[in-house]
Design a protein around this ligand. Structure first.
Ligand SMILES: [Zn+2]
Length: 200
């Protein structure tokens, strides 16, 4: 359950690991699987735990110090460049981390949102404000739209392209409005500082 996906390609037979609705990649797992070594390429697959059907996949290739992700999100091809950071382990060797594309913190896990991967903190900033009614309403609106779409915001069979484009634009707008509201709240509390300072 919920193991986050499986690797394929890279010259070895792929394994098919079932996962729940995990929109996440984990640098520790990728390092263990040898996916973060320079010059590697292949893919990562998420599978629906109930149906066994592939729900999403991303391609990756590694460069010195970075991994490049290739995937389709709301019917658009995305190419996302993620720096890989390394820290020494206590008992020798190195640990590898992703740099969050939004706040630049080094993290093990990144979550896929409707406009790319972000770290847990950035994800929580956008999603976790249960106490704020306005943000909650925006979140509920988004969930309702997401209920009409397939996994990973895919367009269901039979849905018109323009309907789909409108729904996706609304979802991205919801995410951006939550982000903007929280950044504004932060700046009122801590004038002259950025939200990156808080997360660092
Ligand atoms: Zn972040």
């Amino acid at each position: 359950m919920a193991r986050g996906g499986s690797r394929y390609g890279a010259g070895r037979p792929g394994r098919h690991v079932k996962a729940e609705h995990c929109r996440r990649i984990d640098a520790r797992r990728w390092q263990r699987e040898g996916m973060l070594q320079p010059g590697r390429c292949g893919g990562w697959v998420w599978t629906d735990v109930d149906t066994g059907k592939q729900t999403a996949s991303i391609g990756y290739s590694t460069e010195p110090g970075a991994v490049v992700l290739n995937y389709r999100l709301n019917d658009q091809p995305i190419r996302q460049w993620l720096p890989i950071l390394t820290t020494p382990c206590h008992f020798g060797g190195q640990r590898q981390w992703f740099a969050c594309p939004r706040c630049a913190r080094s993290v093990a896990v990144l979550f896929l949102r409707a406009n790319g991967f972000v770290c847990r903190q950035c994800n929580r900033i956008a999603y976790g404000s249960q106490s704020d009614d306005a943000l909650d309403r925006i979140w509920r609106k988004q969930r309702k739209i997401e209920g009409r779409l397939g996994e990973y915001w895919q367009r269901p069979k039979g849905m018109h392209q323009t309907t789909y484009a409108k729904l996706m634009a609304t979802i991205i707008d919801c995410e951006e409005r939550r982000d903007a509201a929280l950044v504004a709240a932060f700046e009122r509390l801590f004038p002259g500082r950025t939200i990156g300072d808080l997360l660092g």
